[in-house]
Write a protein that binds this ligand. Structure first.
Ligand code: GDP
Ligand code: MG
Length: 162
């Protein structure tokens, strides 16, 4: 079986956008339509000559009361099935309590993690990415999934631990 790389993070941080960039096509649904719930979707992917399964997570409905619990639940299942995890944080928002919750889960899992500081669309936002060192997951890789900036480097980093 192919190694599994799971993409985990809060809703709206750009998980599906990054998945599409890796796939080279718009297959993962960006801005999931409420009510169309698919918790995890696995795509066969290839990077730098390596084949693997890329798992996009999300698609749950954003009900205010249960949001944190649902993110955590989804993250836990995805982490359990993964050989390595790309943890996406929105660098323009900074780390939230939900992000901290996922960090604790990642630590407990012992799985290799690549920390992605997404939405760093321009060099002036590099300081937003640097703030994510505080999560204690090592280097935050600054990326603009939307424009492609830094996405090759973070995929190389993921391949190194997968
Ligand atoms: P997901 O819920 O984590 O899968 O997030 P999506 O991939 O659906 O993206 C949520 C929104 O963020 C969409 O409007 C994307 O276009 C936007 N987005 C994703 N990546 C970036 C990025 O690198 N920069 C900016 N400015 N917007 C982004
Ligand atoms: Mg998505």
């Amino acid at each position: 079986p192919l190694p599994v790389l799971a993409v985990v993070g809060r809703p709206n941080v750009g998980k599906s956008t990054l998945v599409n960039r890796v796939l080279g096509r718009r297959e993962a649904v960006v801005q999931d339509v409420p009510g169309v719930t698919r918790d995890r979707v696995s795509y066969p992917a290839e990077w730098a000559g390596r084949q693997f399964m890329l798992v996009d997570t999300g698609g749950w409905e954003h009900d205010a009361a249960g949001l944190n619990a649902r993110v955590a639940e989804q993250a836990e299942v995805a982490i359990a099935m993964a050989d390595a995890v790309m943890f996406i944080v929105d660098a323009t928002v900074g780390p939230t309590a939900t992000d901290e919750q996922v960090v604790r889960m990642l630590r407990k899992s012992g799985k290799p993690v690549v920390l992605v500081a997404n939405k760093v669309d321009s060099p002036v936002q590099e300081s937003d990415a640097a703030a994510l060192w505080s999560l204690g997951l090592g280097q935050p890789w600054s990326v603009s999934a939307l424009h492609g900036r830094g996405s090759g480097d973070v995929l190389d980093a993921a391949m190194a631990v997968l």
